[in-house]
Design a protein around this ligand. Structure first.
Ligand code: SIN
Ligand code: MN
Length: 207
């Protein structure tokens, strides 16, 4: 399951009952008082996901974290629920990494959802230098996840992330390029009653 130094793919990490409960949480969060929205990024393009940041808001215009959603509606980022934080910290520990997650980006991908190749590099320089991992949890339809190297032009591996999978990249893998090229429709476990995919990425802003 260590696919590269510091990168771990934990297939079927979450059993079906846990997936179901998490799907319900994701739905409630995205449709809550501070709802998910489709960010417009720096160049003016819309992202191809519906996003909600918990614990700290990632501003798609400045690529910086902030307390309130100044690129959208000025509302404060909802807190990161304790049980979600613990799940992320446990996943990191299971691969021998330390994480004290304090923020999560929850994304919903519909059948046309995708995310271009990018690095996660907007957390504090100390957090990144320490190699504190990003922990990702996937629910619903399978994603074709792209995992590259430290340079944009490095070769990219395509890897299906299925419902219940966790993926961790920290240490020497922390700044590897990654993205989602497509969602494979109608691949979610039927008991989730979900069209599309939720992905949660947990991070620790500072050390
Ligand atoms: C991300 O890189 O922020 C999301 C990755 C994913 O959806 O698997
Ligand atoms: Mn990312």
């Amino acid at each position: 399951m260590e696919i590269a130094p510091g990168a771990f793919h934990l297939q079927h990490y979450l059993e079906p009952g846990r997936q179901r409960a998490l799907v319900d949480r994701c739905r409630a969060l995205l449709d809550g008082d501070v709802p998910g929205y489709v960010p417009v990024v720096r160049g003016g393009g819309k992202m191809h996901v519906r996003m909600l940041c918990l614990g700290r808001h990632w501003n798609g215009k400045t690529y910086a974290y902030e307390d309130v959603r100044s690129d959208f509606d000025g509302l404060p980022a909802p807190p990161l629920p304790d049980d979600l934080k613990s799940l992320a910290d446990r996943i990191a520990a299971s691969v021998g990494m330390t994480l004290n997650a304090d923020l999560c980006i929850l994304n919903y991908y519909d059948a046309d959802g995708r995310m271009g190749l990018h690095q996660d590099k907007d957390e504090s320089p100390r957090s990144i230098a320490a190699g504190l991992p990003v922990v990702s949890v996937s629910l619903g339809d399978t994603a074709r996840f792209l995992f590259g190297g430290l340079r944009r032009r490095d070769p990219v591996e395509a890897r299906p992330l299925e419902s219940g999978d966790a993926f961790v990249f920290g240490g020497p893998a922390r700044l590897r390029y990654h993205g989602v090229s497509r969602i494979v429709p109608a691949t979610a476990p039927p008991e989730l009653d979900l069209a599309g995919r939720f992905n949660l990425t947990f991070r620790q802003y500072d050390v």
